[in-house]
Design a protein. Structure first.
Lengths: 427, 185
């Protein structure tokens, strides 16, 4: 296994709305893929003022972290051409590259004119060329966009680089902790705090259109589920029953929220109709039933239950009915999350005291363990299904990590201070 | 190999065609103009945060009105944390007398209220641990109710793995985090 010790440190820009922490962020690839396709992302040429963002670094980091590509370190490059007529393909063939990306950025009165080209190094063929304009503060997004275009061109699958994630940070304070629910770009940059509290915040869940986040807050020292609209910051309490109000999950049509309530005894899974606040109870009995997640067609809900003695995953029709157990390997399988195409299910799997992230193929029921940590939890798929984002505890501190669903690549998103948990990848 | 002039012409033509006719240009420019709700939230900074205040809940009691028996280490009432085994919500034998002592006190002080706060260690899934913490608190509640404590005296909350008593990983920390705290109000 090849270990890439490539570390990138960039200070994220603090906006008026992002609180206190101008989070310094480290992206570290902890496990590289042997089968990854070699690609050279040549540092883009720059003219005029373009601030701190190096567009080619964004592209390099995206592609290198995807598990599909292995990028060429800048110090290994013999030349650094910015224009097609300056490329000598032999220089890149001898370095064992399959593809290369060149480009330039020209600052133009607050906007940026961006141009890039993707070549097949072996035959010199131009595979893609784009020229476009990005506005102020849009450079990182433009970089992710370029990564999406290249990824789709070379893999045939849509990229998930220009997406967002939500997660909860906790930072020690004089009398306890401060919990912050944040939303950031999928690579952890541009964090914005959307809620904060001295009491725990848990379980952020995106609405299907990405405009809202449901989450659990303990700020009254009881659990309560809120739905917050990102654009306005307006939040609404949707569940504050006696006992547990937990584990919200939006239905694919956005009209319902699967939740866990213990108001009737043991924790059970319910479906809350957001239009009329009607509740449908899906599980019964003395067992723990929690962590609901919808199948993409909205017909089924997967949940964790200890009705067989140990936590295992079950599936129940979202309109109610008999639950069927779907996990049989290991003594702990919890928190199932479907991929967008419904073919895979990510979960926390426990064996011999270690808790790792696994993906089950729904057709064959084959389970593939992706991670090697001892305390991995909260898996969530990238929109294109190629990566799983999760929380990993290393050395007593929780950080976010990503693994490619084939298990070939892992990378860590480490924040400078505090704990980071409960990640959720936006649709 | 040098760059072929003919190829260059073709390449630039491709760029211009793709660049000018595609909607990519519009896609990014639109973002800056804020036509897309999610994008505009970022580019114009309109995504808003919310600050939760603290202390507007019921859990503000400090228990400072309690008698000296609560601080006498020889008295079981001085123990206000009940510990549990891994993945178990059964009160350990060592702590049965502790729960009984609190139950006796509460039964004879019917106006005294407590919050039973259930907790779990960090292992496994966080929402499952919320459920496990609640089951632990409910075990203590059941024992207390069976010994004459009124339902209105007992309030239950579970923090799962969110509020560890001891930070860090390892059996010693985990043992101290699998607990129910008896909080006199």
């Amino acid at each position: 296994m090849m270990l890439l010790a490539r570390i990138l440190i960039v200070s994220a820009l603090a906006s008026a709305l992002s609180v206190a922490q101008a989070a310094g962020l480290t992206i570290e690839i902890t496990k590289g893929s042997q089968t990854a396709v070699p690609i050279a992302v040549v540092p883009f040429g720059q003219q005029g003022s373009i601030g701190n963002v190096k567009l080619s670094d964004v592209v390099d980091s995206d592609l290198g972290g995807s598990g599909f590509f292995k990028t060429l370190p800048e110090e290994d490059m013999l030349t650094k051409p910015n224009a097609p007529d300056k490329v000598n393909f032999k220089d890149w063939q001898v370095l064992g590259q399959d593809y290369m990306v060149i480009g330039q950025v020209v600052g133009n009165g607050g906007n940026y004119n961006i141009e890039f080209h993707l070549f097949n190094v072996h035959n010199g063929q131009l595979l893609m060329g784009y020229r476009f304009t990005a506005g102020a503060n849009e450079l990182r997004r433009a970089g992710h966009h370029i990564s999406d275009l290249i990824y789709e061109k070379l893999t045939g699958r849509k990229g998930s680089f220009n997406t967002r994630i939500a997660y909860v940070t906790s930072t020690p304070r004089a009398n306890g902790k401060q919990y912050m629910l944040q939303v950031a770009d999928a690579d952890g940059f541009n964090p914005r705090t959307i809620a904060e509290s001295p009491e725990p915040i848990m379980a952020p869940a995106w609405s299907p259109d990405g405009s809202k986040i449901a989450y659990v807050s303990f700020h009254t020292k009881r659990s309560e589920i809120f739905i917050q609209t990102l654009a306005t910051g307006q939040r609404e309490s949707v569940s504050s029953y006696h006992g547990i109000n937990g584990a919200p999950a939006f239905s694919p049509d956005g009209g319902r929220l699967a939740i866990t309530l213990s108001k009737d005894g043991s924790p059970d899974v319910y479906v809350l109709n957001l239009a009329n606040r009607g509740l449908t109870r899906l599980t019964n009995g003395m067992s723990i039933d929690t962590e609901p997640s919808w199948s993409p067609d909205g017909n089924n809900i997967v949940f964790t239950s200890d009705q067989g003695g140990k936590p295992q995953l079950y599936v129940v029709p979202s309109s109610g009915g008999k639950a069927n157990r779907i996990t049989f390997q290991g003594d702990y399988n919890a928190r199932g999350r479907f991929s967008a195409d419904g073919r895979s299910l990510a979960m926390v799997t426990g064996n011999g005291g270690d808790y790792r992230i696994a993906v089950m193929d729904m057709a064959s029921k084959t389970v593939n363990v992706l991670t090697g940590g001892r305390l991995d939890e909260s898996p969530s798929f990238s929109p294109n299904g190629s990566m799983v984002l999760y929380a990993a505890n290393r050395g007593g501190k929780s950080t976010l990590s990503m693994a490619s669903t084939d298990g070939a690549m892992q990378q860590k998103l480490a924040f400078e201070s505090g704990e980071v948990r409960e990640p959720a990848w936006a649709p | 190999m040098t760059f072929n002039k003919k190829y260059l012409a073709l390449a630039m033509a491709a760029i211009l065609t793709v660049g000018c006719s595609s909607d990519e240009k519009e896609g990014l420019e639109d973002g800056t103009q804020g036509t897309d709700a999610s994008t505009s939230g970022y580019s114009d900074g309109s995504m808003s945060g919310s600050q939760f205040g603290s202390g507007n809940g019921f859990g503000s009691g400090s228990g400072s009105h309690l008698g000296p028996e609560f601080s006498d280490p020889k008295n079981p009432l001085s123990k206000q944390v009940i510990y549990f085994e891994l993945d178990s919500s059964q009160v350990k034998q060592d702590y049965v007398p502790v729960v009984a002592a609190h139950a006796r006190y509460l039964a004879s002080h019917p106006n005294q209220r407590v919050i039973l706060a259930g907790n779990a260690d960090e292992r496994g899934s966080s929402e499952y641990n919320i459920a496990l913490g609640e089951q632990r608190a409910k075990s203590v509640e059941r024992m207390m109710r069976s010994q004459g404590v009124g339902a209105n005296q007992l309030e239950i909350v579970s923090y799962g793995e969110e509020k560890p008593a001891v930070s860090g990983s390892g059996e010693s920390a985990w043992q101290q985090n699998r607990r129910v705290e008896v909080g006199y109000q």
